[in-house]
Design a protein around this ligand. Structure first.
Ligand SMILES: NC(=O)c1ccc[n+]([C@@H]2O[C@H](COP(=O)([O-])OP(=O)(O)OC[C@H]3O[C@@H](n4cnc5c(N)ncnc54)[C@H](OP(=O)(O)O)[C@@H]3O)[C@@H](O)[C@H]2O)c1
Length: 318
């Protein structure tokens, strides 16, 4: 079988490996899909102490969300999701697998990063009817879900940012009322003429500064990601430094809450139910790109970092 490991250079590379042998309490899973996600840059750069996912070192196999079918045993053929992606076969502890519920029409929809988006917009910065919501990094895996969820939760106006001008049209089709392209400068104030009530922040950096400048009094900010630091061309990839005007935060009485979905089972259960309902009613979509074959995965990861994809990137294993 093939898997993707960190080469001595630090680059992900496809290698051949023996079929894993499941130990006690494990099952063998033949992976059918796994996702390619931006935060791997941070893990490959040494990770961040206290973060939910560990660092990746040379020789390690990459990991991340995957869906596959159990091979052998009483549950043979059952579709399960787990975190041992980036390999064709995985030995996975039974305690770390979740059955793939048939509630969603396509198993791939289980990769939607809605738990994070829904949790932040219902817990960290709850949406009130008519709010103007700004989603920084609105074209990414989390951002494409956050923009749609904001609307479904009652936002009056939804504005998104991107660094790639070609994505603006796709974002409008997805339901964004306005799209601003980095560097934001004065654009956000024009795109949100009544001011920003809620920020869903995937980016930090200049996007966070612009949101503070455009914020209304008592605005609520959910800080979810730090892409400006994680994907900075010359940064370490492990920090998200930003200089903000704290005086404006004080004057406007802005509330900033860091949000990590982590393993919040309550949020996940609530989101799973709402997603199934919204999907079947045609009120939400799961924007994603399918990349065919494990050999394409290292390039797909570089493409995610470079902003060449829209939504979530999923590798299909045939
Ligand atoms: N808190 C949590 O529980 C949680 C859970 C999951 C993910 N996250 C975090 O949420 C953030 C978004 O994750 P994601 O998987 O959805 O990533 P993503 O948005 O799909 O990341 C890729 C995108 O980042 C943008 N980008 C590239 N270089 C950039 C730069 N220098 N500055 C700003 N944006 C840049 C590009 O979009 P454009 O072309 O549109 O610029 C690119 O397409 C990440 O920081 C991730 O670690 C947090």
């Amino acid at each position: 079988m093939r898997e993707i490991r960190v080469a001595p250079t630090g680059e992900p590379a496809v290698v051949r490996a023996g079929l894993p042998e499941p130990g006690p309490g494990e099952v063998l899973v033949r992976n059918r899909w796994f996702t390619v996600f931006a935060a791997l840059r941070t893990l490959l750069a040494g990770g961040v102490p206290g973060a939910p996912l560990p660092a990746l070192r040379p020789g390690d196999t990459l990991f991340g969300p995957a869906i596959g079918e159990i091979v052998g045993g009483p549950d043979a053929g059952a579709l399960v999701r787990h975190m041992r992606g980036w390999r064709e076969y995985a030995a996975v502890p039974v305690s770390e697998i979740d059955p793939v519920s048939p509630a969603l029409p396509d198993p791939v929809a289980h990769f939607a990063q809605g738990t994070t988006a829904y949790g932040a917009l219902t817990r960290a910065a709850p949406i009130r009817p008519g709010d103007t919501v700004f989603v920084s990094g609105g074209a990414g895996s989390v951002g494409t879900m956050a923009g749609q969820i904001a609307r479904l939760l009652g936002a009056g106006r939804v504005v998104g940012s991107t660094g790639s001008a070609w994505k603006a049209e796709r974002m409008r089709e997805l339901g964004y009322d306005a799209v601003v392209t980095r560097p934001l400068d004065e654009q956000l104030a024009k795109a949100a003429p009544d001011g920003v009530d809620v920020l869903f922040d995937n980016v930090g950096g200049g996007d966070l500064r612009a949101a503070i400048a455009a914020a209304n009094r008592s605005a609520r900010f959910a800080l979810v990601g730090a892409l400006s630091g994680q994907l900075a061309q010359h940064g370490s990839g492990t920090t998200g430094p930003v200089e903000i005007d704290s005086y404006q935060v004080i004057l406007k009485q802005i509330t900033m809450t860091g949000y990590s979905a982590g393993g919040d089972a309550e949020v996940r259960a609530e989101w799973d139910a709402r997603f199934a309902e919204w999907l079947s009613a045609g009120r939400i979509e799961f924007p994603h790109v399918l990349v065919d074959g494990i050999e394409q995965a290292p390039q797909a990861l570089r493409d995610v970092w470079a902003g060449r994809h829209f939504g979530t990137v999923v590798v299909t294993l045939t």
